[in-house]
Design a protein around this ligand. Sequence first.
Ligand SMILES: Nc1nc2c(c(=O)[nH]1)N[C@H]1C(S)=C(S)[C@@H](COP(=O)(O)O)O[C@H]1N2
Ligand SMILES: [Mo]
Length: 224
Amino acid sequence: MKPIRLAILCLCLLVLIVVSGCLSAPQRSAVDGNETSNEVEATVYNGIELTPIDKQGNNAIKGTQYVDRNTYRLQIDGLVENPTELTYDQILEYPSTSKVVDMNCVEGWGFIAKWTGVLVETLFNDVVVKENATTVIFYCADGYSTSHDLNYLLDNDIMLAYRINDVTLPPDRGFPLQLVAEDKYGYKWAKWITGIELTDAEYSGYWESRGYSNRADFWGPAFE
Ligand SMILES: Nc1nc2c(c(=O)[nH]1)N[C@H]1C(S)=C(S)[C@@H](COP(=O)(O)O)O[C@H]1N2
Ligand SMILES: [Mo]
């Protein structure tokens, strides 16, 4: 090949590489009116190395749910003085909090991430939980549900996360909200949450009613 042809070929290849590099740059586009572009994923927080989102596991009973930010409502009811419906924007208006927590599925995989969201306690102060409430049920867009002791949520600063590693929760990760159920097995980390109900009764969620531990402490037994 003549040197000039070789030079042109190399130039073409170079241009191609640069262009494809731009096209494949990490980019999260808008889904169903959910503006999430221009966000940069955090890799470290407070000196702790985070698992990149595309390296985190994910499993769900009916696959990814696509919740529309504009029509979304979080319903909070049951044993509360003021049953409430919150829009996504109203949830973002509450003071936010961040922390690094690791997520462990009973299947043996897990990851560590920075979560940002609103404390369950903050929302509960607004709806005013009745004195006899003991249990909190989380209902999800895919029909999944799980529950927690009210005291566990309040005593451990448990949050409803809308961001993971500084990025808006992607649809496959539970947009708009995932419960960061610290120290509990993954099946207690409700995703695509649409409803929160306070009750004084025992409750068995999707996996709990199929034999998994209702306590679900990740150092404890998976089955009970
Ligand atoms: N709505 C809903 N939430 C869910 C599930 C599900 O199937 N549906 N699966 C649970 C299980 S078993 C695990 S391990 C975690 C995994 O979530 P993540 O890896 O996206 O954080 O989500 C939990 N939350
Ligand atoms: Mo899981």
